[in-house]
Design a protein around this ligand. Sequence first.
Ligand code: AMP
Ligand code: MN
Ligand code: MN
Length: 323
Amino acid sequence: MIPLELTKALKDGNRYAVLIHISPDGDAIGSSLALAHTLISLGKKVDLFCQDTLPDSYEFLDGVKLFKRSLQPEDWYDTSVIVDCSDLERLGSLSVIIKSSAKSLNIDHHITNSYFADINYVDINAAATAEIIYEIISELAGTIGLSVAEALYTGILTDTGNFSFSNVTSRTHRITADLITRGVNPEKISILVYKNHSLNKIKLWGRAIDSLETDYAGKFAMITITSDMFENNSAKEFDVEGVVNFALDIKGVELAVLIREMITGGVKVSLRSKNFIDVSRLAAQFGGGGHKKAAGCIMKEGIEQSKAIIKTAVAKIMNNMKT
Ligand code: AMP
Ligand code: MN
Ligand code: MN
């Protein structure tokens, strides 16, 4: 059930800021666009924000050009809506919105959500925040036109790994069935999202796969991407989305890690589990978060030191795992 105070807050305001997390993914982008289109159709003034550049693969979504990178001093909102974001740090420089808007709303599905807003609606059973946004839009009696439907479909498609992860439920399929009824073409979206890579991206993926190391009788696999690899292949940071799955998809691997240098300094770690390990707890040890089977964190140490730290934490898990 959507809390009444949440729908009321989405009806009562006039000026809305809709914000998403750093390193934005399909769910964050699709959910925020769908909500923004709906609020606009209800007569609200809406601005969309993301600190980072959006990946090329989502360029086809209606409204992506509207995203702003930073808040201006003259910007003010009676309501800020933060979607698909587990904590304020994940907003990067945009976290000041909490202070500069009268009311903040947090709509999310991460198990590690820190309930940072005035009104928090966190449904950890939703496969994607886009599922929650679909239900909110239905309740608001907003129209689900093709732009909104495609945005929501893209959010669900990408957060479920093409409808393959453990988070997929009958609710997921009921919602996507309705979105298809409303005009979404699954093949078209699939081609735009998954079959539209730049050559540089595929070359980066090749280098990434070359770096694969395994341990614990093949139950652990790790990929390393250094900034040199980005530069040598003229690849962009967001080109790494999905690469961790090459490690996870190996037969017998239970825990996969992608560790990569960030342009802004520090290291980004992506963690994935196939069956038993709760990687959200592993990420939380380093100030990160996520879901049981997909989580991440950012480390300040250099790449080699970060790898050593992660490997020590992994050793504790793997040594405790029954064989
Ligand atoms: P990624 O590895 O970036 O694809 O992220 C996997 C999942 O973990 C997503 O649900 C992210 O929202 C979450 N996540 C990634 N990095 C962080 C972080 N630094 N803090 C909290 N959650 C994160
Ligand atoms: Mn996300
Ligand atoms: Mn999500």
